[in-house]
Design a protein around this ligand. Structure first.
Ligand code: HEM
Length: 538
């Protein structure tokens, strides 16, 4: 019986040969698993299986299977695999990690109620204002020469994403990166992500007896406790701040106001409300930041794409105003860049793992209840694939989206692909996708309108090529820091950014509540400097 553990049961989709007890655990890739999964897909097909001890993992790399199993049969593929860590840290209340439980359903209902396209569009002014500050901050790097290393871009994208979620959700913005509100949050998130890395803690989900190790012998348990306390304190403080603001009648239309007003109707107590806010914050910050970092990386690596985009945006928007979302309708090439960035370097190349709530039969294969399912985006939307649905899949080539709706090569049926794939599937699809897409659309246009993005240069003045494969490990990836040069495209545009930033003061003011003394001082200082500069310039 012991020898049978780890072997592939009859009826499972094919996969790499197993060994007793471990199954395929000894060959399961711990870094960048999407590469290995792509290789295995070549060998075993678009639907293959792995055995991890007694557990089964199915990897889908075939667009039709993804549509059929993840979307059409979403009622049986909407679970998540067990996560003891998720239980320990969030008590099962983290929407993205939670199993298909009543708590998850409650939170999901609440997210669906507040994050509709229409409700999200109400928050466009603050997204636009924050996107303007992003341009302004890039323009005002500490280096007067407007020469940038990676730091300002990476940190400013993070500040943008965090401030947008803080404002939209809790009605209070985060004006600068160097504040505990951001650095404290990021430090805890690093600890939390490190704990979630494969191999960081003993395999408690596969070998449940390990859960019983007493805390004094398990550093990881003490780490989980610390992360839990820090996250819980932050997320409940943010909810309390919103409640307090509402008591003072300082409503500003934030989503959390809506949730707090409907707490009883939605069936959410304070504990759940705090984790709900925390999950949206976590889900919405790193992802948006990573997308924008990949965009800049790709534009630097492919200068000809940037050139064409500059031509289009100059033709449609010109020199005298900043772009608006309406302009995007008239700019097919920029829209193609937006889709191509999702395809070229998906933020989550394996999405987030789903799990089956019941046994499914598909094309003669059995997928047992409790199977973990990964969707490997690389197969159909990314790189390193031989028989791809795309021409030159490894290249950043927005033109493909001008030739067919899903970017597929001539003669290929791309109808199983959906433009929402980068945001996941079925009942688990990203609830923040409308908010995210607005952020992406605004910033892609702004960055292309405002700046030339170029590689760094060496001491001889030669460009240093960027490495488009240098990415951070983890389920949610991002480029590793890279050096580049960002300069305003014209003096007139730099002037418009200054003016527009000054105009943001009105939009920002109602979100500048509950700021720390340092943040208040920062806001006052940056506005004064700008006003003085404007007066000087006449
Ligand atoms: C570029 C931006 C973003 C990308 C690429 C992205 C992508 C994803 C993906 C792939 C998933 C997993 C879906 C699945 O399991 O099938 C997901 C889930 C999730 N995302 Fe996003 N996301 C982005 C922005 C956001 C934003 C702005 C928010 C919040 C406002 C958010 C909140 C969430 C939450 C709460 C979940 C968990 C849903 C659940 O398990 O039920 N995301 N996202």
């Amino acid at each position: 019986i012991v020898l049978k553990i780890g072997s592939r049961e009859k009826g499972l989709p094919p996969g790499p040969p197993t060994v007793p007890i471990l199954g395929n655990a000894h060959i399961f890739p711990t870094e960048f698993p999407h590469y290995k999964f792509t290789e295995w897909a070549r060998q075993y097909g678009g639907l293959f299986s792995l055995k991890i001890g007694q557990d089964t993992v199915v990897v889908l790399t075939d667009a039709a299977a993804v549509k059929d199993l993840m979307d059409k049969r979403s009622s049986t593929t909407a679970d998540r695999p067990p996560s003891y860590l998720g239980e320990l840290v969030t008590n099962g209340l983290h929407m993205a990690l939670a199993r298909f439980t009543p708590a998850w359903k409650t939170e999901r209902r609440a997210a669906a109620a507040i994050l509709t396209p229409q409700a999200t569009s109400q928050h466009l002014p603050i997204q636009r204002a924050e996107a303007t500050q992003l341009l302004h901050n890039i323009l005002h790097s500490p280096q007067a020469s407007l020469y940038y290393n990676f730091e300002p871009i990476f940190t400013q994208f993070a500040r943008y994403s965090i401030s947008v979620i803080y404002s939209v959700l809790h009605g209070r913005r985060v004006p600068q990166y160097e504040t505990e509100e951001i650095t404290g949050y990021i430090a805890v998130m690093h600890e939390w992500s490190a704990l979630l890395e494969p191999g960081a803690v003993p395999p408690v989900d596969a070998i449940p007896i390990l859960k019983r190790i007493p805390e004094r012998w398990a550093k990881w348990k003490r780490d989980c406790k610390r992360v839990r306390n820090l996250q819980r304190a932050r997320y409940s403080r943010l909810v309390e701040e919103t409640r307090e603001r509402m008591r003072r009648n300082q409503h500003n239309g934030s989503f959390m106001e809506d949730i707090l007003e409907r707490q009883a109707e939605l069936g959410m107590d304070d504990e759940m409300t705090s984790w709900f806010g925390g999950t949206l914050l976590e889900g919405g910050t790193d992802t948006t930041t990573s997308y924008l970092q990949s965009l800049v990386l790709a534009l630097i690596a492919y200068p000809e794409v940037q050139k064409k985009a500059h031509e289009e945006i100059d033709r449609m928007v010109g020199e005298h105003r900043m772009p608006t979302l309406k302009d995007l309708e008239q700019m097919p090439y920029i829209r193609a860049i937006i889709s191509e960035t999702h395809r070229f370097r998906p933020v989550a190349p394996l999405g987030a793992p789903h799990a089956t709530l019941a046994t499914e039969e598909y094309h003669g294969y059995i997928i047992p209840k409790g199977t973990t399912i990964f969707v490997n985006m690389c197969e159909f939307i990314s790189f390193k694939v031989k028989q791809s649905l795309f021409d030159n899949p490894e290249d950043f080539m927005p033109e493909r989206y001008l030739l067919s709706e899903n970017g597929t090569k001539p003669g290929v049926d791309g109808s199983d692909l959906k433009s929402t794939f980068p945001f996941g599937f079925g009942r688990r699809i990203c609830p923040g996708r409308y908010l995210a897409q607005n952020s992406i659309d605004l910033n892609v246009m702004n960055l292309l309108w405002a700046f030339n993005l170029k590689p760094d240069i060496d001491t001889n003045g030669n460009p240093i090529p960027v490495d488009t494969f240098a990415y951070r490990k983890g389920l949610s990836t991002a480029p590793l820091p890279f050096k580049c040069r960002i300069t305003p495209r014209t003096v007139a545009k730099a002037g418009i950014i200054e003016n527009e930033f000054l105009e943001t003061a009105d939009t920002f003011s109602k979100f500048e509540v509950g700021l720390s003394p340092e943040d208040k001082e920062f806001v006052a200082r940056s506005r004064n400097t700008l006003t003085e500069a404007k007066l000087l310039l006449g």
